[in-house]
Design a protein around this ligand. Structure first.
Ligand code: NAP
Length: 260
């Protein structure tokens, strides 16, 4: 715990922290003694989360309401950011469900803004600061959906593939500067977003958000990607390595057809 705080503290920034996995990352980091900067659009949810974590873990927490689809807001926020941020966790995502023909173009572009441009921008701006100190960490939340083409969530899945591949490249580049990067390729997680999307029972291997947060943070410095959960590790091996690509895409097609 102390090593983690020394390496990635004293402040961690969690982008997309108001509920679900982002709130779990905040809890797991507070438990490790890091001070927190929490970002999301709903300030009241952030403040409620922060109030509980301050009492339980005696850490400092600052909340900022910000739309991560807006690069100007992100740049302004980082320019005014004083605390020494040693860890970025980019967790937010926009994931409209529907076939490509039915998703309006503005929503498709918002996926690119929230899931690609914002993590890229925050990784760039905050790693510049980390480079000066020659230490730090970056966690990019990705998904098993990004292992292969995924009908009904095609653009979201492609955005997650971007995050995985970006993290792999940065893992190698930044390693020599003492900065650890990891992409967390998660399977199903019991978050409000996931529970709203499913119409049938949970996928096999669905994890609690705290399990994903802990396994992801534990993986920092150990390699470019982590797949939380044994079932998900097997699924990724099958879908990404063993099965013919056409078959993997067809399996995803079957898995996503009941999402709404
Ligand atoms: N849930 C799963 O089954 C699953 C599976 C694989 C991977 N993942 C990945 O895990 C991450 C978290 O998933 P989740 O299910 O917890 O997501 P979620 O329930 O949709 O929560 C996303 C968080 O991001 C924030 N957010 C979304 N859009 C934002 C924006 N434009 N500006 C600022 N904040 C924004 C939300 O807060 P506000 O609404 O308050 O802004 C919320 O705190 C995502 O990257 C997702 O791709 C999830």
């Amino acid at each position: 715990m102390q090593d983690f705080k020394t390496k990635y503290g004293p402040w961690a920034l969690v982008a997309g922290a108001s509920e679900g996995l982002g709130a779990a990352f905040a809890e797991a980091l507070a438990k490790r003694g890091l001070n927190l900067i929490l970002l999301a659009r709903r300030r009241e949810k952030l403040e409620a989360l922060a109030a509980g974590l301050r009492v339980r873990f005696s850490v400092s927490i600052r909340c900022h309401a910000l739309d991560l689809a807006d690069q100007v807001q992100i740049k302004t926020f980082v320019a005014q950011l004083e605390p020494d941020v040693g860890l970025l966790v980019y967790n937010a995502a926009y994931a409209p469900i529907g076939y490509f023909e039915h998703i309006p173009v503005d929503e498709l572009l918002k996926i690119v803004d929230v899931n690609i441009k914002a993590p890229l921008l925050l990784s760039k701006l905050l790693s510049t600061r980390m480079l000066q100190k020659q230490r730090g960490g970056i966690v990019l939340m990705s998904s098993l959906a990004g292992t292969q083409g995924s009908p009904k969530i095609a653009t979201y899945a492609a955005s997650k593939a971007f995050n995985t591949i970006l993290a792999e490249g940065l893992w190698k580049e930044l390693q020599r500067h003492g900065i650890d990067v990891v992409a967390s390729c998660a399977g199903a997680i019991r978050t409000p977003g996931y529970q709203q999307a499913i119409t049938t029972k949970e996928a096999p291997g669905t994890l609690h958000p705290l399990q994903v947060a802990e396994q992801t943070l534990n993986a920092l410095g150990r390699g470019p990607t982590v797949v939380p959960g044994l079932t998900n590790k097997i699924a990724r091996f099958l879908m990404g390595r063993l099965l013919p690509r056409k078959l993997a895409i067809s399996i995803m097609d079957n898995n996503t057809k009941d999402l709404s």
